[in-house]
Design a protein around this ligand. Structure first.
Ligand SMILES: *Cc1c(COP(=O)(O)O)cnc(C)c1O
Length: 370
């Protein structure tokens, strides 16, 4: 059997261990300490955000963002339809109701025209969450402009797009509140973790407060508000500091993988996941779609790769097709983009430890299918 080729697995270096050892040596084995403070500062400075709060997960960051946006029971929140469920679940944690917004075809992300249409139908909506899928920036200025015109808070889910930029500005800075993830398969990882980014000092203070059980400043434990245990540990933050030193290198490797597929699949009835010309993706996952006239399905390719111990994965199944959200509204401009990409798309192995020979092997298997 061939050695397994992964979709995207952790790539560790040496600095991670050094930062963890420091935490052990100083006995800061807790959800506070120098690694947490430094990881926040170093990430905020990398992305160009004023403040950062290190948390246990990207989902926790999105949850606190939804709370900060003031979403209450019964409120509608417009959100990406083609995304991971973690983008949209936190809306329900606060009693809100998702309204799914269809994607456009140029970046696979939220279509600003569908967003505008959603505001026509629900003018009272005050919160929008858009993700940058597979590391590819959405039409972020258009989305932010539509939100501003309707007085709605924009939350950017940059969980997959750390290091990607749009018109020269890093993703994770376009929303009033922004979320990052350091889950095991992301472009950098802390095994599990996330971060909330914002330029609003008061909001960030509030997020810190909520994430540490909403403890009032009393000698005893006094609580006026519901709290959460969402703070990142100092050990985990040490992994993050080491990883951040290698983020740019990871992005270069991810792009090399994307370019190799682009070239290697040339001549086949397939296309790579597209991106906007004024954006720079981080190329987290390389994906392809099979042209509709071809009789080959992504599932056939997935199974052929799996038979050789190679991991690939379907494109996200749109949220409006998920049983758990069957009763939610979904707004499009008439083109079912997400459904179409789900039917024709496949995420290809994009692990930066994959060798050139291994990637050539993946490409050869795909080529043989056509
Ligand atoms: C990974 C991911 C998240 C959630 O991050 P976790 O750290 O796993 O909680 C949110 N949104 C998107 C689009 C993601 O891919």
């Amino acid at each position: 059997m061939f050695e397994r080729i992964w979709l995207s697995s952790p790539t560790m270096h040496n600095e991670e261990q050094a930062f963890i050892n420091e935490a052990f040596d100083t006995n800061w084995v807790a959800p506070l300490g120098e690694n947490v403070d430094k990881f926040e500062q170093e990430m905020a400075s990398y992305v160009g955000a004023k403040y950062a709060v290190a948390l246990t997960a990207g989902t926790a960051a999105l949850h606190l963002a939804v709370k900060l946006a003031g979403v209450k029971t019964g409120d509608k929140v417009f959100c990406s339809d083609l995304t991971f469920s973690a983008t949209v679940n936190p809306i329900s944690y606060e009693g809100g109701t998702q309204v799914f917004i269809e994607s456009e075809r140029e970046s696979w992300n939220m279509d600003p025209r569908a967003l505008e249409r959603a505001f026509e139908k629900y003018p009272g909506c005050r919160c929008v969450i858009a993700a940058n899928l597979y590391g590819t920036p959405a039409k972020l200025d258009d989305i932010a402009a539509v939100c501003a015109a309707h007085n709605a808070v924009f939350i950017e889910d940059a969980a997959e797009s750390l290091g990607a930029s749009y018109q020269g500005r890093m993703t994770g800075t376009f929303g009033k509140y922004n979320a990052l993830s350091f889950n095991g398969n992301k472009i950098i990882t802390t095994s599990g973790g996330g971060m909330l980014l914002s330029d609003e000092e008061d909001a960030v203070k509030k997020a810190r407060f909520w994430s540490t059980q909403s403890r009032e400043p009393f000698p005893w434990y006094e609580h006026k508000e519901l709290g959460y245990n969402y703070r990142m540990s100092n050990i985990v933050a040490g992994i993050g500091r080491g990883q951040l030193l290698h983020l740019n290198e990871h992005i270069r490797e991810k792009e090399r993988i994307y370019r190799t597929y682009e070239k290697g699949l040339e001549g086949l009835p397939v296309a790579m996941n597209p991106y906007l010309s004024d954006s720079r993706p981080n190329f987290w996952l390389s994906c392809m779609t099979i042209n509709s006239e071809s009789s080959i399905t992504p599932e056939q390719i997935r199974l052929a790769l799996a038979a050789k111990n190679i991991e690939s994965r379907p494109i996200w199944k749109p949220m409006h097709l998920q049983p758990v959200f069957a009763d939610r509204d979904y707004i499009s401009v008439g083109d079912p983009v997400g459904e179409d990409l789900f039917a024709r798309g496949l995420c290809l192995p994009s692990d930066i430890k994959m060798s050139e020979e291994q990637q050539a092997h993946v490409i050869a298997i795909i080529r043989r299918m056509f």
